[in-house]
Design a protein around this ligand. Structure first.
Ligand SMILES: [Zn+2]
Ligand SMILES: [Zn+2]
Length: 161
């Protein structure tokens, strides 16, 4: 299976090309010019399948001459986060960690060893939980869910003892 192909089980691999094309389109539609520094940020995030912090991104782009505009990087990250193209997945005391995602209601399935992220479409969580919650007189208005585990490749590489 090629990366990016829809899978029949409702899972979609988070692919670099698909994400990049859609994010650039959204950026232009929002009236932002796709300047070289912004382009570098999108390129880098698109090629990244593991979670990252803003400082990892800044450090990577500083190695590319002329693309080390920290304010632009932070503003671009903030725009991507606000529009749903990246999500905060974990935070320690010092920094937020991001992964790329697609706008809309999806759930992420994240491998804790290699960081590969799958995007899960089709959500039945509330259908499953609403009966129990309504029995305690609670009305659900939304939810956040991230699933962590170990992908097949990582399990093959590191068999359980
Ligand atoms: Zn893995
Ligand atoms: Zn959901």
């Amino acid at each position: 299976m090629k990366r990016g192909e829809a899978r029949t089980d409702g899972l979609l691999l988070s692919t670099a090309d698909d994400w990049h094309a859609r994010a650039v389109e959204a950026l232009l539609a929002a009236g932002c010019r796709n300047t070289a520094p912004r382009h570098a940020v999108l390129d880098w995030i698109a090629s990244r399948c593991t979670p990252f912090t803003a400082e990892i991104l800044v450090a990577a782009l500083e190695r590319q001459q002329g693309l080390s505009s920290r304010p632009t990087i932070y503003r671009t990250l903030e725009w991507l986060r606000a529009e749903g193209w990246i999500a905060r997945v974990q935070s320690d005391e010092n920094a937020h960690t991001y992964v790329r995602r697609l706008p809309g209601h999806y759930h992420q399935v994240i491998c804790t060893q290699c960081g590969h992220t799958l995007i899960m479409r089709g959500c039945t969580i509330e259908h499953a939980l609403v009966p129990a919650l309504s029995s305690i007189d609670f009305e659900v208005h939304g939810h956040v869910l991230e699933l962590y585990g170990v992908c097949g490749s990582c399990r093959v590489e590191q068999p359980a003892p």
